[in-house]
Design a protein around this ligand. Structure first.
Ligand code: SF4
Length: 348
């Protein structure tokens, strides 16, 4: 946990980690803002949660906890602070509110959405349930509260397989990430279909598939291709390639390791591979490179999530100063969404 509240101290801390990544003049400006945030955070009894995809200066300066969706959900549920500032995207801040409704939850930017969360509505889930009666709905955590409320259980990329297997059913509806569903199907040996909005033929008689997906995609991870992997391997045959499960099943198949963001970080900390390549959001690559300076990270891209990118130190300071933007969820929806998230947390 970093709680530095002086500009000089913060600048020194950031410089030690990020001198190779962030220009010096920028580090000085960011250090001043970050130190002010930490002062205000203590004054207002707030906790700051920072997703692994936050830009390096923010990631290494103000969060009390950093991690993936699952880890941060747990921290949100446990905190006794008055205010939770979520440096991530809206569905994450909503999950914090679902789990800890008595707290004021702030999202520093109103524009921090997500292409996956936007791909499906509560009405879509109700329609799927009508088409496939009795089939349990597993919903990726990257969805809004009203979609979670229509679901039986949530999952993250870290626990998706365990959640699907915990249901002990022949068939599941797995929404909304088409690629994550494909990867879970691949790992669990299940067949998958993607229903259209038209009636699905014969579904009421005999199911010859075991997973029902939805055509949502992460606009960041869908950009990586098998061709990218081939080109890198040609140039660096000893590279270890890690792909996030929101990448296509073909990309995951062609990589060496696939798991959620925290498992990727642990892998890099332990690997003896001479160099590695991450197929995920690029700020996370910067954060890992800063924490593991002795290891060589190859850079394939500069694919930044436009939604995560909305969260800046400046906006976080404004959020704390003005108590904006507060997450509000209808209580009936929140309670139903809570059940789905709680079931997931019980699994791990
Ligand atoms: S990286 Fe993809 S899944 Fe994550 S917030 Fe951005 S668009 Fe959504």
């Amino acid at each position: 946990m970093i709680t530095e509240t002086t500009t000089t101290g913060m600048y020194e801390q950031l410089k030690a980690l990020l001198a190779d990544t962030v220009p010096d003049f920028e580090l000085r400006i960011k250090a001043e803002v970050a130190a002010e945030i930490n002062r205000l955070k203590a004054e207002k009894n707030a906790v700051i949660l920072g997703h692994n995809y936050m830009e390096p200066a923010l990631f290494h300066s103000i969060p009390d906890y950093v991690g993936d969706s699952l880890e941060l959900s747990r921290k949100a549920a446990q905190t006794d602070k008055d205010i939770i500032v979520f440096c991530g995207v809206r569905f994450m801040a909503e999950t914090a509110k679902i789990l800890n409704p008595g707290k004021k939850v702030l999202l520093p930017s109103e524009k921090a959405g997500c292409s996956l969360a936007a791909s499906i509505t509560a009405a879509d889930v109700r329609e799927l349930r009508q088409k496939f009666p009795g089939v349990p709905v597993v919903t990726y955590i990257n969805t809004y509260a009203d979609v979670k409320a229509e679901s039986d259980i949530c999952c993250t990329s870290a626990n998706a397989i365990a959640v699907v297997e915990s249901l002990h059913t022949d068939t599941v509806i797995f929404i909304p990430d088409e690629y994550l569903a494909g990867n879970v199907a691949r790992e669990t040996g299940k067949k998958i279909i993607f229903p259209t909005r038209e009636p699905v033929k014969n579904f009421e008689t005999e199911l010859d598939y075991q997973m029902i997906g939805w055509p949502g995609r992460c606009e960041v991870h869908e950009k990586f291709t098998v061709e990218d992997i081939r080109n890198v391997r040609k140039q660096f045959p000893d590279v270890v390639i890690l792909a996030h499960p929101e990448c296509s099943p073909e990309v995951v198949e062609a990589s060496d390791f696939s798991a959620g963001t925290t498992a990727m970080i642990r892998y890099i900390e332990r690997t003896k591979a001479p160099r590695y390549l991450l197929l995920t959001e690029c700020s996370m690559g910067d954060n890992i490179a800063a924490a593991n300076p002795e290891k060589e990270m190859l850079r394939l891209c500069s694919i930044r999530c436009p939604h995560m990118n909305q969260i800046t130190l400046e906006d976080t300071l404004e959020a704390l100063r003005k108590d904006q933007y507060q997450i509000v969820i209808d209580e009936v929806i929140r309670r139903r969404a809570y059940s789905s998230v709680e079931r997931m947390l019980a699994i791990g």
